[in-house]
Structure formats: C-alpha cells, structure tokens
Design a protein around this ligand. Structure first.
Ligand code: 5GP
Length: 125
C-alpha cells in the first residue's frame, strides 16, 4: 500500500497540527489519542513513513525497530501501566488494513490502560 503523506499522523510529525506528546526519541513519537477510549490511551508511532505494522516490521531498519521498542517500553513506564513498575497491565493494539478497521494509514500502536478495559479497543462502536 502506498504511503499517504497527508495522513493525520504525518501532519503531526511535520508539526502541521499539534499533539500532546508523551515521549519522543530519534525515530519514534508517542502522544495522547485525541479521542481516548480509556483513562490512558497513548499512540506510539515511528517517524518513518510506514503504513502499518506489517510494512514497519518488513521494511524498517534495525535502528528504527529498536527505537520503536524502546519508545513502547518508555510509555508503559511513564503512564504507570507496566506491571514491572506496580501497574495493573494494559492492552496494546495495532489495527491493520481494512479487516483491522485501521483509520489512520501510518503505523501506530494503541496503548490502553489505567482501568479495567473489558472489551474496549477490541471492538468499535
Ligand atoms: P485506528 O483506527 O487507525 O487504529 O486509530 C486511529 C486513532 O487516531 C483513533 O483512536 C483516533 O482517535 C486517533 N486520532 C485521529 N486523529 C487524531 C489527531 O488528530 N490527533 C490525535 N492525537 N489522535 C488522533
């Protein structure tokens, strides 16, 4: 799938529209979801132009993949959901393609937590 340079997360990365940043490193950015589905709802994205998780793990460099993994880890710690730091767990979701009902065509990992999630994030209203 071709990458759409005008998708909303590309605009956030360019600074064309604002976001509430949670964490940033060389190749990754994490920010709060604009329409949170739980008390904690953070999106972690690579800065590179990857449409989805499949594209990312197929085409990203080792540096980008390590950077992304580190960013996820930092977000889990910073938001307090990590069970390794006293948190009570979370849900990590990468909606992908039409069957996954992905809306924004730039790879993003949803981190949801801060409360018991039930089925939240697993089905859309
Ligand atoms: P998807 O359905 O593609 O997995 O999720 C896209 C997510 O991006 C949704 O949860 C939606 O609320 C979020 N989103 C859409 N537009 C914006 C925006 O402009 N800013 C932020 N922070 N999140 C957005």
């Amino acid at each position: 799938m071709n990458y759409d340079k005008n998708n909303i997360f590309a605009k956030i990365l360019r600074g064309d529209i604002p976001c509430t940043k949670v964490f940033e490193n060389e190749y990754s950015l994490a920010f709060k979801d604009i329409s949170p589905q739980a008390k904690i709802h953070v999106l972690v994205i690579p800065k590179g132009a990857y449409t989805d998780i499949d594209d990312f793990y197929t085409n990203a460099s080792e540096k980008e993949i390590i950077s992304f993994s580190n960013a996820v880890r930092e977000v889990l710690m910073l938001t307090g959901v990590s069970q390794n730091s006293g948190g009570k767990g979370f849900r990590a979701i990468a909606n992908t393609g039409p069957d996954g009902i992905q809306e924004v065509p730039h790879f993003h990992l949803h981190i949801l937590g801060g409360e018991n999630l039930g089925l939240r994030g697993l089905r859309k209203a």
